[in-house]
Write a protein that binds this ligand. Sequence first.
Ligand code: CO
Length: 475
Amino acid sequence: MAEMVKKPVKITETVLRDAHQSLIATRMTTEQMLPIIDKMDKVGYHAVECWGGATFDASLRFLKEDPWDRLRKLREGFKNTKLQMLFRGQNILGYRPYADDVVEYFVQKSIANGIDIIRIFDCLNDLRNLQTAVTATVREREQSGKGHAQIALSYTLGDAYTLDYWKDTAKRIEDMGADSICIKDMAGLLVPYEATRLVEALKDGTNLPIELHTHYTSGVGGMTYLKAVEAGVDIIDTAMSPFAMGTSQPATEVLVETFKGTEYDTGLDQKLLGEIADYFRPIQEECLANGLLNPKVMGVNIKTLMYQVPGGMLSNLVSQLKEQGASDKYYDVLAEVPRVRKDFGEPPLVTPSSQIVGTQAVLNVLMGERYKMITKESKALLKGEYGQTVKPMNPEVQKKALGDEEPITCRPADLIEPELHKLEAEMAQWKEQDEDVLSYALFPQVATDFFKYRAAQKNKVDPTKADTENAAYPV
Ligand code: CO
């Protein structure tokens, strides 16, 4: 019998980032993570995704933790495993485009504090919005020997998104100097046999390693990984079983078992994985008990395929409508989402385009007239300030939003003046480490509140009684 040629599939573990972002609103604390990382470091994961996305915002806003401090602690514990982060292109980890100097500084500091792989995506798949972050990562590697630039394609459906479109985009990504490509299927829209076609098309367009990231939301995730691996995908993203499935990723242990004894065998040790799952299970049970984990998000939601809306966006819509006392308008809003998306040039729905389209759809329904009110962000998107969409926008809607203003066609960041010095000046009184200016750049109000809290903790005073005007504290 001919010897089997081994092509072990690699695993990126998401339990410390996307899994808890998708299931428990990113509320896992550093303290909950640290006791298990020594064991996780022995698994032999390709990488552990642990930073970026909403982790930064949630740490500062809700957990009162410094995200930079978390990163340094994880780096200290993970001695052998690559750490990965998610990066929103020119929007960094925020909701608006930033000047190049801020993007470059963020890349530099992320790597300096312990990140190995930066997964960079753009909500419009406008590659111009990725170039600065990619170039900064490559430069960092040349200088420090650390840093891998992965570009993620925001996967979506629509007329424009043909196999040729994806293949051509992959080729352009390779030309940009990226080290690998990820298919980022944030809504779980990639069905198994389409995964075969997509991976084959990408492999045809590029020699770069290809990683697949999906969510279990629609229930097909495990099968999609199986077909993708058979078609030659190199790396898949999975989550330890207590925080897997539902709106999170397929389970790590399940995929490891699936490929055992085949040419794709991951070689990971199920006994060790079992011990790690044992650690996370009580945390899951605690989240179920305190309501942080809603059993609703753990099931299969086939509507995500019908409406093509990511799980996180669905739950945002539900809470926006509830706040307005208009929960009965849920299905009207769901039907309005694809119409707004079309008017806006059919962008993928991922942060921040998902929030922009979702909020506008809610307004269109609640106001009883479409585009009676247009948000600042919708206007910016229609103006081209987030970049270029794959399809043209609806000219009538664009005109209504912009009036006499001309849309822009250049790379949006070309119009943004360097802003690091200005930001430094604004937050100087709070600065305790270089990285603080970056926290402030992303979330000025939330970071300032955190800085006050941090200072108050140090001085052991009540932050609500602090005299912030004069930066003086009653002791
Ligand atoms: Co994800």
